[in-house]
Design a protein around this ligand. Structure first.
Ligand SMILES: Cc1ncc(COP(=O)(O)O)c(C=O)c1O
Length: 360
């Protein structure tokens, strides 16, 4: 077996113990004589899998009882429409645009009502998080929307915006379970699981119960109504059963590791190794305002496109994979999610040092 260090932004590295466990259970899950892939989502064995997954997630995040946890399909992108369809009672929502994903959500919301861009960092290629302490929040806004960690640009909200009492909706796709959160501050927290939690093909939506109503925009499909899935405990139709199973294993792994406080400590330690090197390097530099740096996605450049390409190629030959930056920004990006071991980041920095010496 030959494993690489995979710095992909998503789908991304998963914990090795989880991969081994699911491999062991592939032919016979827990004495059922079948794989979870082959199992009815209405079976007792699967009911236990989904119930445990939800409970473990509730334990990890300290999700209050008045929030539902939904395991849905359609990816994070489907939420860009589902959120306004379900929440835009006044047909007004405020968006803080800090990257491509927030921008897509903002553009999608315009189809359903008046979406206001109340702050943006596009003026400086999304390299910072705007001051959100006193924004012109619309008096009739149904919610204020953020993308909490910007996967492409590598910025993170270190403080939540002052929504002036309005419901906060956050896309946490790329920082899900990377540190503790106070769920009660949000109306909806959601994220695609394919970055920090599991395989692609599912989004987890944590939603306060009062936001789950039948009063949705006219024409909203049954499948895009939160109430449909909340009433059926995520089993209205066939869910992504195998993904729920793998995510459940990752939740158990996180619990065994010591939970989200411990993950935060580890993630800070890992990110510091890389940022400290970037701050001292003569060749490489980070692209983000220091105070807004993400713990999960670390973009960097040499300033020379050809050298960037050479770096990505040589790193990949050395088993440090998927370091090419997003196609919209170029350069490099190292995604160092929960499952990336510290040794992976150390190996990357050692390689960067060597590359710097060779290309000085
Ligand atoms: C922050 C963020 N939101 C949304 C998405 C889109 O996710 P999906 O491909 O699951 O629709 C991504 C994907 O990379 C992302 O990083």
């Amino acid at each position: 077996m030959s494993r690489v260090y995979n710095f992909s932004a998503g789908p991304a590295v998963l914990p090795e113990p989880v991969l081994k466990e699911v491999a062991e259970e592939m032919m016979d899950y827990n004495g059922t004589g079948m794989s979870v892939m082959e199992m009815s989502h209405r079976s007792a064995a699967f009911q236990q899998i989904i119930d445990e997954a939800e409970q473990d997630l509730r334990d990890l995040m300290g999700i209050p009882d008045n929030y539902k946890v939904l395991f849905l399909q359609g990816g994070a992108s489907q939420q860009f429409a589902m959120i306004p369809m379900n929440l835009m009672k006044n047909k007004v929502a405020d968006y803080i645009v800090t990257g491509q994903w927030a921008k897509k959500a903002y553009q999608e919301a315009q189809k359903y009502g008046k979406a206001n861009k109340i702050a943006s960092s596009e003026d400086q290629t999304f390299s910072y998080i705007p001051d959100c302490s006193n924004l012109p929040v619309s008096p009739d806004a149904d919610y204020v929307y953020i993308c909490e960690n910007n996967t492409i640009y590598g910025t993170k909200f270190k403080e939540l915006p002052n929504t002036k009492g309005k419901t906060l909706v956050a896309d946490v796709s790329s920082c899900f379970l990377s540190e503790p959160v106070d769920v009660s501050k949000y109306g909806i927290i959601y994220g695609g699981v394919q970055k920090n939690i599991g395989p692609a093909g599912m989004v987890i939506v944590i939603i306060r119960e009062d936001l789950i109503t039948e009063d949705v925009l006219p024409g909203t499909p049954t499948m895009l109504t939160y109430k449909t899935h909340a009433d059926a405990a995520s089993l209205y139709n066939t869910p992504n059963a195998y993904c729920i199973y793998v995510c459940g294993k990752v939740f158990k792994w996180l619990k065994a590791m010591g939970g989200l406080e411990e993950m935060k400590k580890r993630n800070e330690e890992k990110a510091k190794i890389l940022y400290d090197f970037l701050d001292s390097s003569k060749l490489f530099k980070g692209t983000v305002v220091a105070k807004d740096r993400s713990l999960m996605n670390v973009p960097f450049v040499t300033g020379d496109k050809e050298l960037d390409a050479k770096f990505v190629k040589e790193a990949s030959a050395a088993g440090l994979m998927n370091l090419k930056g997003h196609r919209s920004v170029g350069g490099m990006r190292a995604s160092i999610y929960n499952a990336m071991p510290k040794e992976g980041v150390e190996a990357l920095v050692a390689f960067m040092k060597k590359f710097e010496e060779e290309n000085a």
